[in-house]
Design a protein around this ligand. Sequence first.
Ligand SMILES: [Ca+2]
Ligand SMILES: [Ca+2]
Ligand SMILES: [Ca+2]
Ligand SMILES: [Ca+2]
Length: 406
Amino acid sequence: MTNDNNRLEHGQLSMNQTTGIAATNTCALLLLTRPLDYEIAEQRFIMLKILVSDIINVNVQRQQQQQPYNNHHDHDNDNYYDKIVKHSDISYIYIKLRDINDNRPKFLQNFQNITIIETLPIGSIVAKFMAIDPDHHRISMDQHDDGDDSGPVNNIHYSLDEQTNRQKYFQIESDTGIVRLNRKLDRETIAVHLIKIIATDMDDEQPLSSMATLVINVDDYNDNAPFIINTTLPSISENIHPPIRLGNIYAFDRDDYMKGNGPPFTFRIDPNASKIIREKFRLESIHNVGGDGHAILYSRQTFDREQQKQYRIPIVVNDSGYPSLSSTSIVTITIADINDNDMKDGWKNVYVFNIDFNQQQQWQTKINNNNDGKDESPPPPPLTTTKNRAKRFVTFSLFCFHFGDY
Ligand SMILES: [Ca+2]
Ligand SMILES: [Ca+2]
Ligand SMILES: [Ca+2]
Ligand SMILES: [Ca+2]
């Protein structure tokens, strides 16, 4: 501060832009010329050395002047006066900056892109985020310099943006920034999760936050068995000699085909299928190069619609995952009718059951007369098959027809 060129000009405040010293002939003000930043270490503690001095004017002749730039010209007397410091003193000012919360937390990594398997156990660590608040990053230096203990080194609160975590697949430890799995993943439901991580400083009055992004790619595991998608084949006419190609059978798998957890599929008739099914049908599994794989169902025998109209064939389909998964689907085929039976004489039985009202009333009267306190059930009224009485007394009739041929 000794080269400030401060000027004391009859009480008029004049500020030096370099030092921030504004002074009159009786006092001086120390003003800030640019903002200070606590987060710049060398600005936290400032020591200023203030020099105060009196100045006298010394009359010198023009021809004796050696340093004209430092002179004052008196036009009235045509003389020059040198300003000469006669007395001076020094004062020291120590300035300690106080921190305010003017910085948002800063993530060391504000974007992470990871891949995890869909079978990852609940509670497993998925990622870890760390943020530093420049306003609180001073702690170690404070403690070293003046013992100021104003809080933990990294006083950050971590949270998840719940708009990006509505289904609560993840949770975060608020004090460590560790992201954990909160519920079971399913790649077939959501293959990519995009989560926002929020770091908030712990300022009581006006906390500041910043955000980071976590992209979680769910890797596939073979956890879905394939299944047949066309379970109804076109009908086939009876009496056609085998082998007949009954139709192609296709399957679908929800797992990732690119990971080999789906096709090519392998088909076979369920070994536990009935003997009739195994005798009448044959399945050929087709593995065409680059294709998903399908199967062709053939007949082994002729069909007789009058013997069985429809067949339900259990077919097992396997995927190519390791370990492979399989499921059993029922494929239905209907036998179409042809007119291959001659007309024959038929027969039928007709049964008619009547309840005679008169007998029913007599039976009711008998019940009432015999009501001597004994719990004795009377015999039921007799059924008759008379034609004449049917017109008068029939209240209920049941007809049964048996046809000899149909
Ligand atoms: Ca802050
Ligand atoms: Ca600050
Ligand atoms: Ca899967
Ligand atoms: Ca699968």
